[in-house]
Design a protein around this ligand. Sequence first.
Ligand code: CMC
Length: 429
Amino acid sequence: MSDKKATLKIDGMDEAIELPIYSGTLGPDVIDVGGLTGHGMFTYDPGFVSTASCESQITYIDGGKGVLLHRGYPIEQLAEQSDYLETCYLLLYGELPNKEEKEKFVGTVMNHTMVHEQLVQFFSGFRRDSHPMAIMCGVVGALSAFYHDSLDIADDDSRQVAAFRLIAKMPTIAAMSYKFSIGQPFMYPDNSLSYAENFLHMMFGVPCEPSKISPVLAKAMDRIFLLHADHEQNASTSTVRLAGSSGANPFACIAAGIAALWGPSHGGANEAVLKMLDEIGDVSRIDEFVARAKDKDDPFRLMGFGHRVYKNFDPRAKVLKEAADEVLEELGHKDDPLLAIAKRLEEIALHDEYFIDKKLYPNVDFYSGIILKAIGIPTSMFTVIFAVGRTVGWIAHWHEMISGSYRIGRPRQLYTGQPQREFIPLDKR
Ligand code: CMC
């Protein structure tokens, strides 16, 4: 809170309207426009470019400076010194766990990795060539039909169990959606492995052979999950909050988040990056595509470049760029032609006036796509992996909202349709 007030003077209105201003611990002040309805007026902000939709203590972003903090800790430090499940704990509970708390948390999450055996039958209802995100939307939503003991949103314990279940089961369902598409048997989770190792085991293991998991790849996978864990009020998180504000159960809310993430402007961009690199096909064609990206009459955009919030650089991209180099070195993929295209594009974007003027830097999806491809993850699974990592962020925001005071989300509109008119009977039209 602050003593500052904004005064709004509106043409034709005698009295000025006073609006309270609130200050957070970091970031710009916000003007509380809630009182405007009393004056018969709404604010208008398509795309919520300058609207704070809620108060939150989870994640802070300064897009201008390229800062991303989870509960106050810089993402670079977490990526370097923490791991995915520890970061999940931090996002959910607000503090880093001590040794015992961490062990207990990891043990509890890993105890929930299996899915109800009947859920397995869901998969046979899908076409083999279904996009795995389509399967994720359906199967995650269907968890509400299986785990009735974690649907009571008013009960803190029930919400906690829902959080454990979602964080634990997302990799299992994700890997099942891949195994289904290639006709291999589903792999049961192995709880003796780490979260990332277990995911790779369920993705690439087969029941007839012991799994061989490279520690370098497991570390890269863990980093990808960690770097996607939360990103404050983005489209999918806002969707989860909006769905949750009606009192919907957590599994339904996360399914809504998965649907919102799917689009190419959001989580779908990592898949779109690889498709674009494929389409470019050769370094010699890059200029043609860059020219298209700059052409105002062409809707084509360079996928993996630009960000709504980061107008300097994406700090997650910086960490992943280093991880990409490590993974490519380990796997000996340094001469991959797609990577040569990616490297050249990156170079152009960092030096070309159009990209510099518009502050379009490579984003997290640009590098995560490259790493995932090198690990051998099929392109259609890229956004699924984003969803697995982001689940904790969605749940943390949902929990923060439900455990505080909240109202159903109900935006208003600027109506530009027909004014009221009389119905015309069919024979008179
Ligand atoms: N390639 C070419 N031009 C671009 C690009 C791009 N990737 N991104 C933005 N622009 C231009 C755009 O045409 C516009 O130009 P002008 O001012 O002349 O009309 C200007 O830059 C501003 O673009 P905008 O669409 O108003 O910006 P936005 O904040 O609404 O959109 C974005 C942000 C991420 C949707 C957009 O940059 C984009 O479509 N990027 C490609 C998709 C992508 O990589 N998305 C992943 C985002 S990071 C992961 C996540 O958080 O989900």
